[in-house]
Ligand binder design. Sequence first.
Ligand SMILES: Cc1cc2nc3c(=O)[nH]c(=O)nc-3n(C[C@H](O)[C@H](O)[C@H](O)COP(=O)(O)O)c2cc1C
Length: 169
Amino acid sequence: MPSPILEAIEQRRSIRNFTDQTVDRAALHEVIQAGVWAPSGLNNQPWRFVIVTDAAIRARLAEQTTYGHIILGAPALIGVYLDREAMYDDLKDAQSAGACIQNMLLAAEALGLGAVWLGQILKNRENVGEILGLAANLELMAIIAIGHPSRRDQQSQRKPLAEFIVKEL
Ligand SMILES: Cc1cc2nc3c(=O)[nH]c(=O)nc-3n(C[C@H](O)[C@H](O)[C@H](O)COP(=O)(O)O)c2cc1C
């Protein structure tokens, strides 16, 4: 039986090219709301978000990653953070952040937007925190670049399932 959820999971692609059209604030909030519905250990909901649309701040953030061209071309960024004060287990909280980010990527697609998970910028996470004026208890997990896709012909491959399943007992 066809499932819209399974189709969305398979058809989601990282989108790195955007039009100049701005993204509605309501849509950004809807993307974040989808992130918040992710599971988290003890339901501690340790994620926090920073929305950036200001061009000057985006330009400064772009200098912090080799993927700066994506940041410069994206009308909106969402910084996904963990709040150290809400965390209970580093590994499990980071896993929760991953689930949150994936929900956000899928929500962006569902809203007709495109998004990409940017992780390379983590190597300069302290600079990013300074640029955004954030307290030290917030730990950067990813920046999501988001906008209206200028093209939708992205391709991606996955290895055959048999390469991933180690054992079936
Ligand atoms: C932890 C993580 C970090 C990533 N960092 C970057 C990044 O810094 N720059 C980028 O262009 N894509 C980044 N990506 C996107 C991956 O390159 C992309 O998901 C992968 O190539 C598969 O393509 P798909 O998302 O279209 O299926 C990251 C993805 C993950 C999960």
